[in-house]
Unconditional design. Structure first.
Length: 570
């Protein structure tokens, strides 16, 4: 529906509501006025009837000889005399008095409207003079019916028992209705003017907004239509309700061929159940889901697509439509597959190099030790030094090979998230290095409060062990204390190992966690440059990070964060 039609419909609703409200209000007022007039007529009719009866009784007692035709005639004479001075009420209201003579209703008083001085009788069984017929029948009440003229009136009727007469007090119904009809016409005119003015102002105010909305909608439609991504909307059962030009081009179909059809045949069959399961997770609390799946193009080629699917919900939270924006990631997937293939090759190569290094290294180590033991007495001092250097070099090669294996396994092996007691873990590491602490007279300190966290226990042991080993190796003679720290932020646990040894330069902190990175202070000390790289890898696999901060004068503080949002492994 266009916006202009919406405005017209709104104005029409305003008209209908105004008419209904005005009609109900005037109807209620009319009914109230009718009831009030009915009560007034009843009171008048009854009071007049009782008055005539009282006069009649008086005349029976005291006027038997005053009037030649008797007391009844005397009473009627007085009533006629009084009636000649009574002009009626309102424009049409009047008082009539009648009696039944044979089969006729004979009116005793002059009328206000019709055959004024000599009222004509009305047959008793006629449709006319209905109120008087009821009064002469001995009934009392009110009625809306025809009077002696055939006009519809509101009348109160009452029998006059003393004289066998009937009295009717009536007013034309048209007189009662006239002010309300005028009020309806005036209200309708005012309402029409108000509605026309309001509609004009409404259109005047809303036209710019409608125009801007239409322009915005056109821009949005143009933007969607010209997108290179596949943009579509479909119902929960998968029926397309909108597709952009990119969709039509990709599937080589017209918009008419796609809209009203289901998307189900489009994904590769093996991915269909996966896509449906993902879409079923859409909810008001999770209105967007990212899906990567394969689909068939119009040419029959298989493409990897990444779809951002957003649910459109009604006020009750029911899913009405799904808007999907798809981007072709075939090249990215192929690059990822190529990268993974190269990674696997490098990993196999590293394992192979590690294995190939360890074998000869062990042989060199063993042969050199044997040479030193069997022929040490023959070798001079220089020969003995060479043997010792060869043994140390072979041990470093073995250590390097083992560290390479550890680094690769750290990157590749799955982590097992479990509850880890930090106090017990730190104590285990301390017990491992207790001899060194004792020999070098080093102080070990840790917080009194250490919580239980969710992490891979073996990985965290390796982190703390590597950082403590780093302090012991590179702390130098100045090292006197190793301090374990714990802090927490809103979303992370933060473990730290601080020492007061030689320390590092600030510029070294940027690359210290890189693989095979060794600083100026590590020269002459055994190491492969993988210990801190392993720490970084473990932190990242726990959705955390690593950083270091040199001390103000000496020492260094290594910190590792671990996410609080890790889920326990099954």
């Amino acid at each position: 529906m266009s916006e202009r039609r919406r405005v017209f419909l709104l104005v029409l609703i305003m008209v209908v509501v105004s008419v209904i409200v005005t009609w109900v209000a005037i109807t209620m007022l009319y009914r109230a006025a009718l009831n009030e007039e009915r009560a007034r007529l009843v009171e008048t009719a009854q009071s007049q009837a009782r008055l005539i009866e009282a006069v009649a009784r008086f005349d029976v007692l005291y006027s038997k000889r005053d009037h030649p035709e008797g007391p009844a005639a005397a009473t009627l004479s007085q009533i006629k005399d009084a009636h000649e001075r009574y002009k009626g009420f309102g424009k049409t209201g009047e008082f009539t008095l009648s009696r039944k003579e044979g089969n006729n209703i004979v009116f005793l008083l002059s009328h206000r409207h019709y055959d004024l001085d000599k009222p004509k009788p009305v047959p008793f069984d006629s449709d006319l003079a209905e109120p008087m017929r009821l009064a002469l029948s001995g009934k009392s009440g009110t009625v809306i019916g025809l009077d002696y003229r055939g006009e519809t009136v509101l009348a109160a009727y009452e029998p006059v028992g003393e004289l066998n007469l009937g009295i009717v007090v009536k007013i034309d119904l048209s007189e009662i209705r006239a002010p309300f009809i005028r009020a309806v016409l005036i209200s309708a005119l005012i309402a029409a003017l108000a509605i026309l003015l309001g509609a004009w102002l409404f259109v005047k105010v809303t036209n710019p907004m409608i125009r801007r909305l239409a322009e915005s909608e056109e821009r949005y439609r143009s933007l969607v239509e010209n997108q290179t991504e596949l943009v579509s909307r479909f119902t929960p059962d998968g029926t397309f309700v909108f597709v952009n030009n990119a969709c039509c081009h990709f599937f080589e179909k017209t918009r008419a061929e796609l809209i009203g059809k289901k998307w189900h045949p489009l994904p590769v069959e093996d991915d269909l159940s996966f896509v449906q399961e993902k879409l079923q997770t859409l909810s008001p609390s999770k209105p967007t889901v990212l899906i990567e799946n394969r689909i068939l193009s119009g040419k029959g080629d298989i493409h990897w697509m990444q779809f951002v699917n957003s649910g459109l919900f009604d006020l009750d939270g029911n899913l009405k439509e799904i808007q999907s924006v798809g981007r072709d990631i075939t090249d990215l997937k192929q690059a990822e597959e190529a990268l993974q293939e190269n990674t696997n090759k490098i990993k196999l190569f590293a394992y192979s190099i590690s294995h190939d290094l360890k074998g000869p290294a062990f042989s060199i180590h063993g042969l050199t030790k044997r040479l030193s033991r069997l022929y040490g007495n023959i070798l001079d001092e220089k020969g003995t030094t060479y043997c010792d250097q060869i043994v140390k070099a072979s041990e470093q090669i073995v250590g390097l090979a083992e560290n390479i294996n550890v680094y690769i396994s750290t990157k590749e092996a799955p982590i097992t998230i479990e509850n880890v007691n930090l106090k017990n873990l730190f104590q285990m590491v301390r017990d491992e290095i207790a001899p060194q602490l004792s020999i070098r007279k080093l102080k070990w300190s840790q917080p009194d409060y250490l919580p239980e966290i969710k992490a891979d226990k073996l990985a965290i042991v390796r982190v703390i062990r590597n950082l403590v080993d780093n302090a012991l190796k590179y702390g130098g003679d100045e090292l006197s204390e190793i301090k374990i720290g714990y802090q927490e932020s809103d979303d992370s646990h933060i473990l730290s190992v601080m020492d007061d040894g030689i320390g590092l330069k600030t510029e070294d902190s940027k690359e210290i966690f890189d693989t095979f990175k060794r600083t100026q202070t590590s020269r002459g000390i055994e190491g492969a440059g993988l210990g801190l790289a392993i720490v970084k890898e473990i932190a990242e696999r726990h959705a955390g990070k690593t950083w270091m901060k040199p001390g103000s004068e000496r020492g260094i503080n290594f910190s590792v964060s671990i996410s609080k949002n890790l889920q326990l492994s099954d």
